[in-house]
Every structure is written in structure tokens, then in C-alpha cells.
Design a protein around this ligand. Sequence first.
Ligand code: PLP
Length: 388
Amino acid sequence: MTQPLPAPHLGEPYLLTPGPLTTSYAVKAAMLRDHGSWDGDFCAMTAEIRKRLVALLGDPAFDCVPMQGSGSFAVEAMLGSFIPRDGRALVLANGAYGQRAAAALRVIGRGVEILDKGDFAPPRGAELAEILAQDPSITHVVAIHCETSSGILNPLPEIARAVAEAGRRLLVDSMSAFGGVPFDTAQIPCDAVVSSANKCIEGVPGFGFVLARRELLERAQGNAHSLALDVHAQWAELERSGQWRYTPPTHAVAAFLEALRAHEAEGGTPARHARYCANRDRLVTGMRGLGFATLLADEWLSPIITTFHAPADPAFEFDGFYDAMKARGFIIYPGKLTKVDSFRLGHIGQMDTHVMARVVAAVADSMGALGVRDCRPAPEAIATGEIA
Ligand SMILES: *Cc1c(COP(=O)(O)O)cnc(C)c1O
């Protein structure tokens, strides 16, 4: 048995959210120092982060470019920097983040098609192959790894295979999965992958990072529609001077380096994946024991976050549930489905199965406080969650 993880500092609530999430004391403590943005010590930290992230991906053909801002800034930077102005992208959408990638492409004026699978159904390799065969104007495919709005883990290997066989390019939003779900570029050949500091690496918000083939970084000059969100220009400056263009989030970078070292000490992505899977399994088993139902069947559940149907019992309402859980030390997350009533519980961050057992106990207790006697969803809600 591994030691239970320490509780959050100063009795803070656990964040059952997919980032910002509960970070360790060491990650928070790393922010208690100011760094000059062009100072050699800070440049060495940036270089170490880039090196560690390339090693995490495990493919030396890639380089790492950190980008200031939240994850969406890095997604938009990746799309604008690697899809040429006359390119045309097909976005595989089954939730809010796919829709956001398509919205970004429209704003920056790239050609965009959407394969819209609704709230959660996964895009499959066969249908993608058919679309690509029929539309030779599509140059790039944009896929979401874990679609955090439902928690589904999309079938990236079959998607990547269809893209490669059709001779197109693949760009991946692995924001909520990278570092917590294995990503093997031999199985998922792609041009670039994007993630951010405050998800599975367990740092704090402030920047994202793009991992891209070095050969494409070299060729991406002049593609970007934006001065600040230009991955090529950021990369060129980092290569030239070791510095970020424009002010870096120095404290978030220091925290992230600490988080990367802890990720390695834990045993890297395989160990983190195992901890997150154990968290999910403990949570889902406990919640089902109370009568709750997951939106998705087991084969589609990610280790990141799980969507549960709201109970049909009329005594249930989300705001009361949120307050009851907060009073018991847990911050929960609303659902993000357009058709059925739901809520989400994340299982990433500094949490283990001991914490998950307490989450289930807090849910049971909160249901009692709300007067909810039956946690089962309406039968018609369940039917909508089935994937054909
Ligand atoms: C978190 C997340 C993003 C980025 O969201 P921000 O709020 O901009 O950090 C993008 N894609 C996915 C799949 C995510 O989970």
C-alpha cells in the first residue's frame, strides 16, 4: 500500500475539477520566490521544462514551445501556427472543447468543417476515413483526446490511423489528458499536441505548451494570424535567447517545474495514469453503490473526470448539492451536456482512493441533507447516454 497523499494546505477544499486542481504544498511553495524573466536561472528553468516535456512525450523529433495564457490560448496558437492560411481543417467534435476549436478556426479565418457527434458520441475511424476520401480539400484534422465536457476518452489511435492513411495532418488537443494518459506518437502519429500547466501535470494555471515536430516548427514562419499567438516566433526566440517573447508567468513556471519533478518521482505517466484510474474506479463503484448512473459505459470512461446523471428525485437540485459538498470540503463541477441533466466529478490532482472514498461518503451525506432518497436517474435519461 502506498502512503495516503497529504491533505490540502490550511484545510482548503479538494477541487474535484479538471484544472485548476488540488496541487501539492511543494508546488505552491515554489511560487514564494520572484524570478527575473531574462535572468539565467529562470532561462534554465524554462529550458528544463521544455526538455522534460519532450521526454514525457518520448519522441525526439518533437520540440516544446510554452505559450502564455490559459489552455485555449495555446490551442488557438497551435491551430493558427500549423494550419496555413489557405488550409482547411476538419474538427472532430463531441463536446464543448471540439466546438471551441472550431470557433477558434472560424475567428482566425481558416476553412473549417465539423464532424459533430453531439454531446459525447465518439468520432470513429471509419466515418472519418469516408469524409476524408470524399473531401480532398481537407488538409488537417483536429481531434480532442479527453473531451472534458463529458469525460469521454476519444479513440485517438484509430482516428490517427485514418488521418495518416488519407495523407492528411493531425493536430491534437490533449489538454486534460497529457501526462495522465499515455500518448505514444508511434500509435498516434501527429504534427502537434497541446496541453497546459494546470491539468494532469498538476501545476497552477498561467500557460499552455505545444509539442510539435521540429521540422514543422521551422516551416511555420508566417502562418500565424496573430502577433502574440505565434508558436513559430515563440520557438525561434526561445532557441535564440532562451527567453519567452513577452512577460512569462514566472511563478507558474516555477510551480510547474516542481510539478514535473514530482510527476517523474511518482513514476511518470504510467504511475499517474494508474493512480487516476484507481481514483475513477473507487469513485464510480461508490457512486453506483448509492444508485447513481454514469453517462457513459465503462469502456468510454476516462481517468480524468466522470459525468453522472442527476437523480430523478425531485428533491435534487445542483446548487444545493454544490453547497452541501462544499460544506464537506469538496468543490464539484456542473454538467456540460445540452440534453440531459448531469454533474461531473473530476479525479485528477493530489487525490488518491482514500480521498475518493470520502467523496462518496460526502455525496451520500449531502443527498441525506437535501432529502434525496433515490439517486437513480430518470429511465429516459439513461437511454440517451447509450453509444450506438
Ligand atoms: C481545459 C481544456 C482546454 C482549455 O481550457 P482553458 O479554460 O482555456 O484552460 C481545452 N481543451 C480541453 C479538452 C480542456 O480540458
